[in-house]
Design a protein. Structure first.
Length: 348
């Protein structure tokens, strides 16, 4: 990764926040927006309402005078619906070249804009993926955070290796001109999620080596509140990946799934045939490698590495990967009080 400084000329940024039924989270988000440290003339904030059924829009309106930046409250109308439609609409309305998207259930550090705009001082950079972590305050959310951290780590490593395979739309910046040129959502508006991965894949094909992972720009987002929310989240992520992935991207995921299947089969074999001495070093190596990787990701997020949570995750993770890898391909899931089918496919 090239070295980035924050001493160059500051860029004008449009911060875009799509939301639907986020009444519970908007007050916390707005409080963090009020603390943003960035020149007023260089930042605009666009909230875009995706047909909310609560009074979230009223919360935003009431906070208008307390937000020290130019702010717009936009609303999707007619038959348009979904996060990608909301982003399309807001990006068209944005007046600045650098677009930064976050989710409405996030809290932002005061220097987020400064950190996320800095890599664009390099003309070849078209997309900056930021760091994301769950807000963790219980054993269950600690488990969710520890399961989520490797995904952020893998995305960061893939960007650094020049072959990005994932990013997170909760903290993502890109050039508006490139977005308009690629029109990344034109063939996949029927797929409810995937605003991040569809843009990433279009960019990777058109402008390889134009990505940057900004680990110092960390937003915190709400962890699933319970197992049902976790299940729906994972089904949604699986559905967007399945709708977007080509064979080249599918092979690594299939290899990971196969590894965990073989690992489980090996454990069963070792129990049945008392071959612990053969499998023991393999288990130890796996635990050490995964523990070190997760520790490094959590360290970058200034999050605590919980031995208890890691131990529990080690006991269940391989079984979770294998089972969920199968059931994620069937049925439906719920997101933002809407029901979706996991088999929605993008067009050509």
């Amino acid at each position: 990764m090239p070295e980035i400084t924050e001493s160059g000329k500051l860029k004008s940024v449009s911060l875009i926040i799509p939301f639907r039924n986020e009444k519970e989270n908007l007050s916390v988000l707005i409080k963090s927006i009020q603390a943003i440290d960035y020149p007023k003339e260089l930042l605009e904030i666009l909230f875009i309402d995706d047909h909310s059924e609560d009074d979230g829009a009223s919360i935003i309106e009431r906070s208008r005078d307390s937000i020290p930046y130019q702010m717009k409250l936009l609303k999707l109308s007619g038959l348009e619906m979904g996060k990608k439609a909301a982003l399309n609409f807001a990006i068209n309305e944005a007046k600045h070249e650098i677009i930064l998207t976050i989710d409405a259930d996030c809290t932002l550090p005061s220097d987020l804009i400064l950190k996320m705009q800095a890599p664009f001082e390099l003309e070849h950079i078209n997309l900056v993926s930021g760091n994301v972590s769950f807000i963790s305050n219980s054993l269950v959310t600690n488990l969710f955070q520890m399961e989520f951290a490797p995904l952020i780590g893998v995305g960061a490593v893939s960007i650094e290796l020049g072959n990005p395979n994932m990013a997170n739309g909760a903290n993502l910046a890109f050039r508006k001109s490139i977005f308009k040129e690629l029109d990344p959502y034109s063939t996949n508006l029927n797929v409810p999620s995937g605003d991040d991965i569809f843009l990433l894949q279009k960019l990777k094909k058109a402008f390889p080596n134009s990505f940057y992972f900004q680990k110092e720009a960390l937003v915190k987002t709400s962890a699933p509140k319970n197992l049902r929310q976790f299940y729906n989240q994972k089904k949604r992520w699986s559905a967007k990946w399945k709708a977007s992935a080509d064979l080249k991207d599918a092979i690594p995921a299939l290899m990971v799934w196969s590894f965990h299947l073989i690992y489980i089969c090996s454990l069963i074999y070792s129990v049945l045939y008392d071959s612990y001495l053969v499998l023991g070093p393999v288990i130890l190596l796996k635990i050490m490698a995964e523990g070190l990787f997760i520790y490094q990701v959590l360290k970058s997020q200034k999050s605590k590495f919980s031995i208890t949570s890691f131990g529990i995750l080690q006991l269940i993770y391989s079984l979770y990967v294998v089972v969920f890898g199968m059931i994620a391909n069937f049925g439906s899931y719920q997101w933002k009080e809407r029901q979706y089918n996991t088999n929605e496919r993008a067009g050509n």
